[in-house]
Design a protein around this ligand. Structure first.
Ligand code: PLP
Length: 381
């Protein structure tokens, strides 16, 4: 087995210790506050954090839950999606997006991503929308908002619910609207690797209609209130500890978003200087809206060999995602075939996520690009 060189400092894909150093004592003070209060699940910390997020995203209500996957399940349930329904989502996402659709008893249908984008193609979405489709689940992948105006227009024409998977896109914006505030519901993940990440799991459902929030609050607590259960929900509550950590980190989110965009700009500059355009396609800066660069993903030839080359040089990279959702073995019975979503399939073959964190050093970015240049062009000059 090949092993990493030990004489070079590793550059992680996501550098949580560097982020923690920037956040400083704020998070530890928040943890101490929860330790003093001894109130660990829901409570004031969670209610305060829910209000901060609702205000920030621009929705009337936000409901804290145990993780982003549950947020999707709960939002689909609140939208009335269930057995016999179909739901259209993108073929390119983390598994949870499709898993949630199945967990509410519905059947996923997969649309392709647009050429040159990682987000769903509205025309493909329309093509796979059958009479049984009850909702759309667009994903704002890697921190860039999906084509929401087109998706909302189609949903309105067909009378469908829209549940946004904004797990990777808190603070991303298009036409002055933030990710999670376009649809009937928006779902956030606070997994530690996310742009706003906790010290464990966490998630949130954003509600465009305030009247949906009480039902969601019951659904996250087994569907009941004060011992009376009108329906069966799940146990999916946000910890006070996570809410306190996340609230402390929230005040850094805007600055961290700008730092991520600056690092994306720097990568573009370095790749341009490296003259690798025949082998590495770098994502252009968006012409509309604001991205939050959850991942910086390039498309490259001989991806797996390059990945190995970088790994050996201590450079952490990721493959998001190695297999599109329509070709997952667990969905074989749905009849998905290679060629159904050619753009998503191509991304799964050639996309590589490079190190990206607010604290990523310019010299480390230089090392990443120079190692990539070395792979394609031989030893750096
Ligand atoms: C696009 C997407 N959807 C859903 C999820 C699920 O979130 P969680 O891991 O908090 O359950 C994630 C994150 O992992 C994600 O990236």
């Amino acid at each position: 087995m090949l092993s990493q060189r030990r004489d070079v400092r590793p550059i992680p894909l996501v550098d949580l210790p560097a982020e923690d150093a920037l956040v400083g004592d704020a998070v530890r003070a928040a943890v101490a506050r929860v330790a003093d209060a001894q109130e660990f699940i829901l409570g004031d910390e969670v209610a305060r954090f829910e209000r901060s997020i609702a205000e920030r995203v621009g929705v009337p209500e936000a409901v804290g839950v145990a993780n982003g996957s549950d947020a999707l399940v709960l939002a689909l349930t609140a939208a009335g999606v269930g057995p016999g329904d179909e739901v259209v989502t993108t073929a390119l996402s983390y598994f949870a997006t499709a898993g949630a659709i199945v967990r509410v008893g519905a059947t996923p249908r997969f649309a392709d991503v647009a050429e040159g984008s990682f987000n769903v193609d509205a025309a493909s979405l329309e093509r796979v929308t059958t009479a049984k489709v009850r909702a759309f689940v667009p994903v704002h992948l890697f921190g860039r908002v999906a084509p929401m105006p087109e998706i909302l227009e189609l949903a309105t024409t067909r009378g469908l619910a829209v549940i946004e998977d904004a797990a990777q896109a808190i603070d991303a914006e298009l036409d002055g609207v933030r990710a999670g505030a376009f649809g009937d519901f928006g779902c956030l993940s606070f997994h530690p690797s996310k742009n706003l990440g906790g010290w464990g799991d966490g998630g949130m459902v954003l509600c465009r209609r305030a009247e949906d929030a009480p039902r969601l609050r019951r659904l996250r607590a087994h569907g009941g209130y004060a011992g009376v259960h009108d329906e069966v929900g799940m146990n999916s509550r946000l910890d006070a500890l996570q809410a306190a950590v996340l609230a402390a980190k929230l005040s850094f989110l805007e600055r961290f978003g700008a730092m991520r965009r600056e690092r994306a700009r720097r990568y573009r500059e370095l790749f341009c200087a490296a003259r690798l355009e025949d082998v590495v396609r770098v994502p252009e800066a968006p012409t509309v809206g604001t991205e939050v660069v959850h991942h910086f993903v390039v498309r490259c030839v001989r991806r797996d060999a390059l990945r190995e080359h970088l790994f050996l040089r201590g450079i952490g990279v990721g493959v998001y995602y190695p297999r599109p959702l329509h070709l997952q073995p667990c969905f074989a019975s749905l009849g998905g075939r290679e060629g159904d979503c050619p753009n998503a399939e191509a991304v799964c073959r050639d996309a590589l996520s490079l190190p990206m964190s607010p604290g990523l050093e310019p010299s480390d970015q230089e090392r990443v690009v120079s190692a990539i240049r070395e792979f394609y062009r031989g030893a750096a000059p």
